[in-house]
Design a protein around this ligand. Structure first.
Ligand code: ATP
Ligand code: MG
Length: 387
């Protein structure tokens, strides 16, 4: 059985980032260290072009699978280390190839150590015939099923044939921080995850309307955030008391405009908290057309209360695709737990799909919402989920 010495991590997208590259790699390196913190025997090293995880006898499978969820990793190769001796290299390459399935192969070689007696094309010409003679594989230089990569460096020779896809995206943290509106439904945790994949950290805001919503909602949010902790180890959740505002809406606004006005209030609160917490954007799980408040006209009328950009990662996704992601990140079963949402309780029979901005303003001006917003923001309850 072949024993691999390390995992070589490639950044992909990061390589295009020029000046930012080294700080991105630094962040990725820290995130990888954190993701693998339970494996005390691993050594992790970073250089300009790659990050290396030295296995030191650890089983590589769970490590690769953990790394596949770290954003900013483009691909990973399992690397075998051997002596810088062409005979050893030949037999090792053959062993490695035999573990792979496919019909065709190609050998690539890189001679980092210029003192090595064979040039890279000579290495290729030494290794390929051994594989041809001892397997049924054919050579395909354009689209090989198996790529056999040989790298000669100062300290040793390295061979890898096996490459695993990473999550792509950017390292968490390089994209700043968003104030994310977390409901407890299926969409908003997925939207949070998609942002994290782009390197954006999240902080969450939730509007709670006790006694219309029960404390079960908060447990549900905590459970959702614990799942998201897999991608972001610490998440701050701000719970906004929303009952008074909601009651004022239902006392003052015609039923068909309740959702529109309620969501304008949510956006007002979210953008105030966002600026207080240094989040340049708000994010939500909204998806175009899904419900009355998510038509384009509704979005325009709702969004009108703030200049803070609103990112909607699920905007153009089909519900089934959103559900597929929620299953992948393991939030689905939590999201579908029954609970009373402040939106579901007061759901009007005929919400406006094309609300009029002036009318929405007229209705909400019937009560002093500014004062209520200030009061709500003075009574935020904060929970830190994770480490
Ligand atoms: P989700 O599945 O995320 O609950 P949804 O399809 O049920 O979304 P809405 O209830 O209209 O749609 O909510 C749209 C978005 O508004 C949510 O994705 C979330 O970002 C935000 N939102 C809704 N209700 C709340 C709430 N009580 N607290 C915080 N954010 C909320
Ligand atoms: Mg919802």
């Amino acid at each position: 059985m072949i024993k691999y010495s390390h995992i070589m991590i490639r950044f992909g997208e990061l390589s295009t980032k020029g000046k930012n590259k080294s700080s991105f790699i630094r962040v990725l390196y820290e995130n990888i260290k954190h993701a693998l913190k339970d494996y005390s025997s691993l050594e992790i090293e970073y250089r300009y072009d790659h990050i290396y995880v030295y296995l030191n006898d650890e089983d590589y499978e769970p490590i690769i699978s953990r790394l596949q969820d770290v954003s900013g990793i483009h691909a990973m190769s399992l690397v075998y280390r051997c002596e810088k001796d062409i005979e050893v290299i030949k037999s090792s390459a053959l062993e490695l190839v035999k573990q792979e399935s496919g019909k065709t192969f190609k050998v690539n070689a890189k001679r980092g150590d210029k003192k090595f007696p064979l040039h890279s094309d000579e290495i290729v010409r030494a290794v390929a015939p051994v594989i041809l003679r001892n397997t049924d594989l054919r050579v395909d230089v354009h689209h090989p099923d198996i790529s056999v990569n040989v790298e000669i460096r100062e300290e040793a020779a390295y061979i890898f044939t096996r490459t695993y896809e990473g999550a792509g995206g950017y390292p968490l943290g390089v994209g700043g921080k968003a104030m994310h509106m977390l409901s407890g439904g299926i969409d908003s945790p997925v939207a949070a995850y998609l942002l994290m994949r782009r390197g954006v950290k999240i902080e969450c805001i939730h509007f709670a309307s006790p006694p219309y919503t029960n404390v079960g909602v908060i447990y549900k949010l905590e459970d959702l955030l614990k799942k998201l902790n897999y991608y972001q180890p610490t998440i701050r959740l701000s719970i906004i008391p929303f009952t008074k505002i909601q009651e004022a809406i239902y006392d003052n606004v015609p039923e068909s405009y309740c959702i529109t006005v309620m969501r304008r209030m949510m956006y007002r609160l979210a953008s105030k908290l966002a600026s207080r917490r240094n989040c340049p954007v708000i994010s939500t799980g909204e998806s175009v057309g899904q419900v009355a408040s998510q038509t384009l006209v509704s979005m325009h009328v709702i969004n009108e209360v703030t200049n803070t950009p609103v990112i909607r990662p699920c905007a153009t996704m089909d519900k089934l695709d959103i559900i597929a992601i929620s299953k992948k990140i393991d939030t689905y079963d939590i999201s579908v737990r029954p609970y009373e949402d402040c939106c579901t309780i007061f759901t009007p029979k005929n919400p406006k799909t094309a609300p009029d901005l002036e009318m929405a303003k007229e209705y909400e001006n019937k009560f002093n919402y500014e004062e209520m917003i200030t009061e709500a923001l003075n009574n935020v309850e904060v929970k830190i989920i994770g480490e």
